[in-house]
Design a protein around this ligand. Structure first.
Ligand SMILES: [Zn+2]
Length: 407
């Protein structure tokens, strides 16, 4: 009898965990969505939710429209108790720092950015990021007393290829930056490449929501990317998965700083496109000028962008053949040009990625803005797993949904 009771408790705990994991990763969900995502029966799910509401682990939120696409009737959503933990997300980009403060209920409490000189030393960039977070916290009156973790996006290689995938696999530079943030905030730090994080943000809140298999490209002056396969972000054995910009278009081409030759990035990075406009007889003023002129339909800039998008499409077609995604998302500066960029990519995929193989693949522009890396850093923390609800129920004094006040 006792064994049977233990077994039932274990099953119940596993069900509770899977429900909390869904709420953590996806944010507020209706009961119907939770039934669909967890595969639990309505009776079991409603029972677990009633228990979690009573213990203040989850709270009822304002009504949401089921499916979030304007169909169906509004129903109330359940979310993790927002007071249970805050998360700071930081994107330490090469020319700009973005930061957001969020909570485990997926509310964005504050966000902002700051320009930084591309030549600034890592310690100065870290100091600027910390100052930015402190300013945001002060201005928006955010309470970080239950700060759970800091998510950190860094450009380039974050993992040390010499030490595949170990828990101490960060490069020396990344480790130093991570230590700085951990000491300052007194919280764990989760670090990853910022293009990988932007992909995760699009999969969590943006253009790749509910797509389990995604190829994401961040196309600006660098060409980075991220892959989501069967719902999971893919880092690869050395943290370098999704580096589409360093796929070679020509084995005898120009040498690339990565050590390769003829890399896609050399041909389509924004600085190359600006140079190409000049070479074809229509100089443009920096990136903003390139984007404005191309969007306005100026013949040469638009043609330069279309040609580059065709090359990108050629490389993406190879990835499509190998990964069979349901969505390709183009972000970064060039993603803002919409169909001017998306159409050549669609055509290249149709023409080159096993045209006889029927597939439903959407090629869309990213939906999030410049804070995509910082949001992705928050999403990475949310995916890292929740504290055990049995061991650490949130204090949440004064927070929404006191025990017994609802449900
Ligand atoms: Zn390269």
């Amino acid at each position: 009898m006792i064994e049977r009771k233990d077994a039932m408790q274990r099953v119940r705990l596993a069900h509770t965990r899977s429900l909390l994991d869904e709420l953590r990763r996806a944010g507020p969900l209706s009961r119907a969505e939770l039934v669909q995502r967890t595969g639990l029966s309505r009776t079991t799910l409603f029972d677990i939710i009633a228990d979690l509401l009573a213990r203040n682990v989850v709270v009822e939120r304002e009504p949401v429209v089921e499916g979030q696409r304007g169909r169906g009737r509004p129903s109330s959503a359940v979310s993790l108790n927002p007071a249970a933990g805050q998360i700071v997300g930081i994107d330490l980009g090469r020319a700009r720092i973005n930061a957001v403060v969020a909570n485990v209920g997926h509310d964005i409490l504050a966000g902002g950015s700051r320009k930084v000189a591309a030549s600034a030393a890592p310690s100065r960039r870290a100091a600027a990021a910390i100052a930015l977070v402190e300013e945001l916290v002060e201005r928006h009156g955010v309470d970080l007393s239950t700060l759970e973790a800091v998510g950190l996006g860094l450009p380039g290689l974050v993992r040390d290829p010499g030490r595949p995938d170990g828990s101490h696999g960060l490069t020396t530079a990344a480790r130093r930056t991570v230590d700085r943030f951990r000491e300052h905030f007194g919280a764990p730090v989760v670090a990853d490449n910022n293009s990988h994080l932007a992909a995760l943000a699009e999969a969590t809140w943006g253009a790749a929501q509910d797509s389990g298999n995604v190829v994401y490209v961040r196309w600006s002056d660098g060409v980075g990317g991220g892959l989501i396969v069967d719902g999971r972000p893919v880092r690869g054995a050395h943290g370098a998965a999704g580096e589409l910009g360093h796929v070679s278009l020509d084995p005898h081409g120009e040498p690339c700083p990565c050590g390769g030759r003829g890399c896609l990035e050399l041909r389509i990075r924004t600085s190359a496109l600006i140079a190409e406009c000049t070479a074809r007889g229509e100089p443009v003023e920096e990136v903003a000028g390139l984007l404005d002129r191309a969007a306005a339909g100026a013949a040469i800039p638009a043609a330069v962008v279309r040609d580059a998008a065709g090359l990108l499409g050629h490389v993406i077609a190879g990835t499509v053949v190998q990964l069979d995604p349901s969505r390709v998302v183009i972000g970064g500066d060039l993603g803002r040009l919409g169909d001017l960029v998306l159409d050549p990519v669609r055509q290249a995929i149709r023409r080159l990625a096993i045209p006889r193989h029927p597939r439903r693949l959407e090629v869309v522009a990213a939906r999030l803005g410049d804070d995509d890396g910082a949001l992705g850093a928050v999403a990475a923390v949310l995916r890292h797993g929740a504290p055990d609800p049995q061991l650490a129920p949130p204090g949440a004094a004064g927070g929404p949904g006191r025990p017994g006040s609802r449900g």
